[in-house]
Ligand binder design. Structure first.
Ligand code: NAD
Length: 436
């Protein structure tokens, strides 16, 4: 199929490269010329396992190209996947500004098109956004009727950053919210042959399924971390407790997100929990459990800060900065927040993260760190040793094997393990080791 992908961020560039990898002819569209240049040169604008090689391959094969020209991209494709960002609005709701803009641009381009085109929204959006806001914009700007002259579908994305290419080819499920059967058929054809169950549902149901996923993931992490904190205070091994809990086959509980570790973050879970709670309040529905997931997460982050404060030491080395291993994404990273709190209290901080090192930073992430976190950018070290030499306290925020190999035991240095490193049981017997 001929596909245009709007928004070449974490979701869009992975979707575009993977669809091209499946043999489709893909054109990526973004307003950011840096991303267009990177992709045109065969480079991925994000750090993700396998995305670099895959992008180079499909660009060389002529299966993927990138442009800022909306009209041409629409003319050259039969279906458009919309993957633009939907960040938190100041009131906790979701900002739909990028979606509105792209819907208007696509609508205008559809005016010139004779063949039926299908517009598929992959961005996360609250139920009602597509039918009540975006379809009217598409219809007004195109002068056409949705479901008659052009197709509309919502196809939420369930990839996890760090393993998103793998997740694309082995999705947990495929959800297709369709305006009409013909629109749904187009989306189903895109993913034909991929594993996982396909659900064809009404558009608002598809929108809501993404919130069910993300709020449950946040809830599980919060639950595990609160259990972990109680266990720590009582001198118990939280992972042993969780192992026994999970072993109950009759409960059939997935271990995903249930290992006590550090606070969650990233560009999705916090914003989607905020958005869902906002939507509940607007609908006059009390949601005390969901309302407390983010405060619980913040409490967990504060516990990590308190562990540092408790050491009485001031020179801190932080290992890990992105919101989870395997990605360079810094948005709402709990490690960024922890670094901010430490800096705010005058701690002398150095940071190392292999995916966020100054030499690897590129594209949007360089802009992000230079524009929003210049004070942290200055603290990024080029090597693990530089940070180890500086630190009286080493904070492990990411279980990078190279970092773990370089962290010597003893020597008066405190090691605070925020993530429960793989060899935590051995390290626990070492002097200066503190687990969360
Ligand atoms: P992102 O911020 O990384 O990328 C969005 C891209 O859209 C940017 O490159 C931006 O320049 C571009 N853009 C903005 N306006 C545009 C326009 N008018 N035309 C073309 N491009 C435009 O966002 P992301 O992390 O990829 O997330 C995209 C959506 O997918 C969000 O709704 C998010 O909630 C959802 N989602 C994200 C993930 C994830 O792991 N990141 C997972 C599932 C769903």
């Amino acid at each position: 199929m001929k596909i245009s992908v709007f928004g070449l961020g974490y979701v869009g560039c992975v979707s575009a490269a993977c669809l091209a990898g499946r043999g489709h002819e893909v054109v990526g569209v973004d307003v950011n010329p840096v991303k267009i240049d990177l992709i045109s040169g065969g480079k991925a604008p994000v750090v993700e396992e396998r995305i670099g090689e895959l992008t180079a391959e499909v660009v060389a094969q002529g299966k993927l190209r990138a442009t800022t020209d909306v009209r041409q991209a629409i003319a050259d494709s039969e279906v458009s996947l919309i993957c633009v960002g939907t960040p938190s609005a100041p009131n906790g709701s979701l900002s739909t500004a990028y979606l509105e803009r792209v819907a208007e641009e696509i609508g205008e381009a559809l005016r010139d098109k004779a063949e039926r085109h299908t517009v598929v929204f992959r961005s996360t959006m609250l139920p009602g956004t597509c039918l009540d806001l975006l379809v009217p914009i598409l219809e007004k700007s195109s002068g056409l009727t949705a479901g008659v002259d052009f197709g509309v579908a919502v196809n939420p994305e369930f990839l996890r950053e760090g393993s998103s290419v793998k997740d694309f080819f082995d999705p947990p499920k495929t959800v297709i919210g369709q305006l009409d059967a013909a629109s749904g058929d187009v989306v189903a054809a895109l993913y034909e042959g991929l594993p996982g169950e396909v659900f064809r549902v009404a558009i608002p149901v598809a929108e809501m399924t993404k919130y069910a996923d993300n709020s449950f993931h946040g809830l599980k992490i919060g639950f595990a971390n609160e259990l972990g904190a109680i266990c720590r205070a009582l001198g118990l091994d939280s992972h042993q407790v969780i192992d026994v809990f999970l072993a109950d086959r009759k409960l059939n509980i997935s271990p995903a997100y249930l290992r006590p570790g550090f606070a969650f973050g990233g560009s999705c879970l916090p914003k989607d929990l905020r958005g869902l709670v906002y939507a509940a309040h607007r609908a006059d529905v009390a949601v005390p459990i969901l309302s407390h997931v983010l405060p619980s997460n913040d409490e967990h982050l504060q516990r990590a800060f308190d562990l540092v404060a408790h050491t009485g030491k001031r020179k801190i080395g932080l290992f890990g900065l992105s919101f989870k291993p395997g990605t360079d994404d810094l948005r709402e990273s709990p490690l960024v927040e922890l670094a901010e709190r430490l800096l705010g209290k005058g701690y002398d901080l150095r940071i190392y993260d292999a995916n966020v090192s100054l030499s690897r930073l590129m594209g949007a992430n360089r802009e992000y760190i230079e524009g929003r976190l210049p004070h942290l950018g200055q603290l990024l070290a080029g090597s693990i040793e530089e940070v180890v030499d500086h630190a009286e306290v080493c904070l492990i925020g990411s279980a990078d094997p190279e970092v773990l190999a370089a962290l010597p035991a003893g020597g008066g240095r405190t090691i605070i393990d925020l993530v429960r490193v793989p060899d935590a049981d051995r390290r626990r017997t070492e002097e200066g080791y503190v687990g969360l």
